[in-house]
Design a protein around this ligand. Structure first.
Ligand SMILES: Nc1ncnc2c1ncn2[C@@H]1O[C@H](COP(=O)(O)OP(=O)(O)OP(=O)(O)O)[C@@H](O)[C@H]1O
Ligand SMILES: [Mg+2]
Length: 154
């Protein structure tokens, strides 16, 4: 989907659909400016995957790890990557692992180490209550799963 206006409820539905289409081992990169809704989107994906913990951006580390119903969810935010200790930075690629779904806010400074994403999400400001959302499946397999994950009545 490309540049679609979404309110909070619609953003939640898109996140739920991505949660159904996602598989462990996959990487989701989330782009967009401050306050565009990246964390909100991750929270909805995590909730759909059965996470009951509070989902908010990691503040003094790169990553929060949540327990989902069927797999781990790694939530990374690289906004302050430069300020984070070297040993953590070295561990960046280790978050992308077969047993977990990994979602990354502000991925720009980690692109080489993270590797290629299976999914890309772009959020941009629109009105106070809406955002423009672009979601791209980066492979044929993901695109097929995305289609299959549509709501029955949508
Ligand atoms: N349609 C919408 N979609 C997403 N968020 C919305 C929408 N409308 C209003 N909001 C609000 O905008 C804010 C988005 O904040 P959020 O922390 O998710 O952004 P972010 O992209 O993660 O920012 P940062 O770059 O600081 O990490 C939230 O307070 C959310 O409730
Ligand atoms: Mg955020």
């Amino acid at each position: 989907m490309e540049n679609v206006p979404v309110d909070l409820a619609e953003l939640g539905r898109v996140a739920g659909r991505l949660a159904r289409a996602l598989r462990p081992g996959e990487l989701v990169l989330l782009y967009g400016p401050l306050g565009a809704g990246k964390t909100t989107f991750v929270r909805e994906v995590a909730r759909s995957l059965g996470v009951r913990d509070t989902v908010r951006s990691p503040s003094f580390t790169i990553a929060n790890v949540y327990a989902g119903a069927e797999c781990r969810i790694n939530h990374l935010d690289l906004y302050r990557l430069e300020e984070i200790a070297d040993e953590d930075v070295v561990a960046l690629e280790e978050y992308v692992e077969p047993a977990a779904v990994t979602l990354v806010e502000w991925p720009e400074s980690g692109l080489e180490r993270l590797g290629r994403p299976q999914w890309t999400v772009l959020l941009e400001h629109d009105s106070v209550r809406t955002r423009r959302l672009t979601l791209r499946a980066e492979g044929a397999e993901q695109a097929a799963r995305w289609r299959a994950a549509a709501e029955p009545d949508a």
